[in-house]
Ligand binder design. Structure first.
Ligand code: ADP
Ligand code: G6P
Length: 481
């Protein structure tokens, strides 16, 4: 490995913000990685001119550190076995379902845990090599919960922040985790542990009392080594200025008009955009739409639904099963209610660039975001930010972190099919003035609570002086994709 650049600001996340792809002629290309974590953190890291430590998205040896779009990227390797046991296993078949209300049954295997520990150590070691003296290291998400304590042992001089992008479970669920003590101690290695909601921070603090016999006071707790740890909520957001700018370009406007024509100029377009994940409530939403068609409340081609389902974690069984179910349901609904050239549901299992997504948001009269449980949900915020004319309507699950921010959305309980149906109908039929009032209020809120506000809040809590986190908007620019 070449000599480290010794950064003063490091992001450590399971994935780099780009995935490595090998083209058929053997060339290496990098493509933006999926998910909300990358959306939120990429502009922050670029503004800080820091280093991002993460996995390159494929199996085997990692490339040397390199610079891309003004970010230094330091790739960490995963073997095929680690991909199975650490990533697909412990991270995505144990922690992911457990932390999302166990909406699917979490699986526990001892060899997955051993791999999780080994890979966390590798990330901690790499962060220790990359960090300059007194650097600030910001560790991200459930895949790396042991890194804070491991890194602290290796580098007691650095400030360590940890942010959990997904929910933190209620104590009864967390207690199921066979390695619960190690996970809790891993997190307590940080100076600040950040969560999406106050309830999640409270769950964490309560567990420090229950499992480690610590004495949390307010948002703080003194860890076993005598350090004070702050556990608080910092709801994440998006780069609103950038999202608005992309949505306002002629390219995006023209593409939106073209998409609407291609859909046959329906009166109402209903849109869903999610990673194909069982926490997102995709099945329930399609079922609600199907019932609205069969009840005669809605009809095709007056109304069409577009569902973008981004490919995700395709080797994990829960995800394969979900894909089969969703695709069967889409086939069934189109068989029953579509016509030649006019399907009821347009289903797209693909990744898109920012402009194409913005065009889709622009044609959506109603955006339906109905996760059974979601840490935040940035898709809901992106939709609101693209509604430059203050039109459109957002149907949003009460169980998404975003519901605490976007309070003027049409809020629904995604477990209650009738509530989802009536939420969709109310949104479609709401008077223009009502929709405008709601959208305006949500856009105003988002402008004051964008990703800069989030990063500044977290870094200030970590002790970084406010002036040092005052991003100028030029530095927050996105790449074209
Ligand atoms: P999660 O992090 O669970 O995937 P979020 O809603 O918080 O959920 O974030 C998803 C991010 O991924 C958003 O920034 C969204 O724009 C992006 N995204 C979703 N679907 C696609 C897609 N098909 N192609 C490209 N980006 C996508
Ligand atoms: C969510 C998680 C992220 C993860 C992303 C994509 O946003 O919070 O940590 O990176 O989903 O999932 P993947 O498994 O493809 O990295």
């Amino acid at each position: 490995m070449p000599e480290s650049a010794e950064s003063s600001f490091l992001v450590v996340a399971n994935r780099l913000p780009v995935d490595r792809l090998t083209t058929p002629d053997g060339e290496t290309r990098w493509r933006r990685s999926p998910g909300g974590l990358v959306t939120a953190l990429q502009p922050v890291l670029r503004a800080e001119a820091g280093t991002w430590v993460g996995w390159s998205g494929d199996e085997g040896a990692a490339p040397e550190p390199f610079t891309l779009d003004g970010m230094r990227l330091s790739p960490v390797s995963l073997t095929g076995e680690e991909l199975r046991d650490y990533y697909e296993g412990f991270s995505n078949a144990t922690l992911w379902p457990l932390y999302h209300d166990a909406v699917e049954q979490p699986a526990f295997h001892r060899h997955w845990w051993r791999s999780y520990e080994r890979v966390n150590r590798r990330f901690a070691e790499r962060a220790a090599e990359e960090a300059g003296r007194d650097a600030l290291v910001w560790v991200q998400d459930y895949q790396l919960q042991l890194v804070p304590a491991m890194l602290r042992k290796l580098r007691p001089d650095v400030r360590i922040g940890f942010f959990l992008h997904i929910p933190f479970p209620p104590t009864e669920l967390f207690m199921q985790l066979p390695n619960r003590l190690e996970v809790l101690r891993g997190l307590l290695g940080a100076d600040v542990v950040g969560f999406q909601s106050p309830g999640a921070a409270q769950n964490f603090l309560r567990l420090t009392r229950q499992l480690l016999d610590l004495r949390p006071r307010g948002h703080r707790v003194v860890a076993e080594d005598g350090r004070e740890v702050l556990a608080e909520s910092f709801p994440i957001s998006i780069d609103v200025t950038e999202t608005e700018a992309v949505a306002g370009t002629d390219v995006v406007k023209d593409r939106a008009a073209e998409l609407r024509r291609e859909l046959g100029e329906p009166r109402h377009v209903i849109l869903g955009v999610d990673r194909l994940d069982y926490t997102k409530g995709i099945e329930q939403r399609i079922k609600a739409f199907r019932e609205l068609l069969s009840d005669g409340e809605l009809s095709v081609p007056d109304v069409v639904m577009v569902q973008v389902a981004t490919p995700s974690r395709e080797r994990v069984e829960h995800y394969r099963a979900l894909r089969r179910t969703v695709e069967r349901e889409v086939g069934r609904i189109n068989g029953d209610y579509g016509r030649v050239g006019v399907p009821a549901v347009h289903y797209l299992h693909q990744s898109y660039n920012r402009r194409e997504l913005a065009a889709l948001y622009r044609i959506a009269d109603v955006m339906v975001v109905t996760p059974l449980r979601d840490g935040m949900n940035l898709v809901a915020k992106e939709y609101v930010a693209t509604r430059l004319e203050n039109d459109g309507a957002l149907v949003l699950s009460e169980f998404a972190g975003a519901a605490a921010d976007l309070r003027q959305a049409f809020l629904v309980n995604p477990h209650d099919l009738d509530a989802v149906k009536s939420g969709m109908l109310t949104a479609i039929r709401a008077p223009v003035e009502d929709r405008r009032r709601r959208m305006k209020a949500m856009r105003r809120y988002l402008r004051g609570h964008d990703v800069k506000h989030w990063a500044r809040g977290f870094l200030t809590a970590l002790g970084v002086p406010e002036t040092a986190t005052a991003y100028d908007s030029d530095n927050m620019r996105e790449t074209s994709d």
